[in-house]
Design a protein around this ligand. Structure first.
Ligand code: ZN
Length: 335
């Protein structure tokens, strides 16, 4: 056991107000606070993107991940081996589900690749695919390498500075990491530049609206390490603004609890958005307004009204709901 010097403090941390990472607007309104009140979520009136603002600076988020995240229990209870197994199951199921969209061979890079389990699972389906992970946690990257998954321990923001050469990719993958990026825009630009023409971007990210409906309150779904929160509308806007064309767009929002349980048994989360998009010749963020859905903000904002979340919680996700047979629910089609 090593002793842990714990110097992180929310009071000492530096905070900054940020403009919208997707559309650049500064016009935002408060959506709510996390349960412990440390994080304030806002929604952009320009595009509907939800994010934490003000938020800690990059330097303080680094400190947070190094010193506070584990204390809060961020992935601590699970051993690296257990995490690898869980992620391997997930990677296998994801590759099976999106089988016709993954490149069967070539080179795939996974951003936020953790223990490499997801890549190992994908390799079980596509054994001719060369894979590489990029993962900020040294311990997880080391574990991935011990399992035969090549992995660079770095943030993508530091790849160039460190002189790491990444080959041109047929596919850039990111599963369950988008919430943690300090700038999804940076990641998407990075992905666009590293992909071959027509290369594919595959994203899997939590759907904030579905998560809020599941918990019945917006506060239950806001957390300080989820810097950006997504809905299908904003994922689509981001991907299009970044010079990609979506070719498959799946989300779990319509699923009832028994369907979600079935997915979870296979290792797939049940509250996600999955997108496969193709790189076009359009430069990333060269035509943001063309990618913005003018109806997105009002649609997202009104769905998150407290009474609507409660209705969805009671009729779709509460235990009571599980007792109601499908046939009866289909008569009412609650959305
Ligand atoms: Zn915006």
């Amino acid at each position: 056991m090593h002793s842990h010097h714990h110097s992180f403090s929310y009071d000492l941390a530096k905070y900054e107000d940020i403009s919208c990472d997707l559309c650049g607007s500064k016009d935002q309104e408060v959506l709510g606070f996390s349960r412990e009140s440390r994080a304030r979520a806002v929604i952009c009136r320009g595009c509907g993107l939800i994010f934490i603002s003000p938020r800690m600076t990059r330097e303080w988020y680094d400190k947070f991940y190094q010193e506070e995240y584990r204390v809060l229990g961020g992935g601590e209870e699970e051993s690296l081996a257990a995490r690898f197994d869980r992620q391997q199951k997930h990677g296998f199921a994801l590759a099976e589900e999106l089988k016709s969209y993954f490149p069967a061979k070539g080179f795939l890079v996974d951003i936020g690749s953790s223990t490499g389990g997801t890549l190992a699972g994908i390799k079980k389906v596509f054994d001719r695919l060369d894979v590489l992970g990029i993962e900020p946690s040294e311990a997880e990257a080391e574990y991935a390498r011990s399992q035969g998954i090549s992995t660079h321990a770095t943030l993508i923001e530091d790849v160039e500075r460190k002189g790491i050469k990444i080959p041109e990719a047929d596919c850039v993958l990111s599963t369950q990491s988008l919430n943690h990026f300090l700038s999804p825009r940076y990641f998407l630009i990075w992905a666009w530049h590293r992909l071959k023409p027509g290369g594919r971007l595959i994203l899997e990210v939590k759907n904030f609206r579905q998560q809020a409906r599941r918990s019945g309150r917006v506060a239950n779904s806001i957390q300080i390490d989820h810097i950006f929160m997504f809905t299908p509308e904003t994922v689509r806007e981001y991907v299009e603004a970044a010079g990609f064309k979506p070719i498959a767009f799946l989300d779990d929002e319509h699923l009832q609890i028994p369907d979600i349980r079935k997915r979870q048994k296979r290792g797939l989360p049940g509250f996600q958005i999955r997108v496969v998009a193709e790189k076009t010749s359009r430069e990333p963020f060269s035509d943001i307004s063309g990618a913005i859905d003018p109806a997105a903000y009002v649609k997202i904002k009104s769905a998150l009204a407290p009474w609507r979340l409660k209705v969805n919680y009671v009729f779709r996700y509460s235990r009571w709901d599980e007792l109601v047979p499908y046939r009866v629910k289909n008569l009412f089609k609650i959305n």
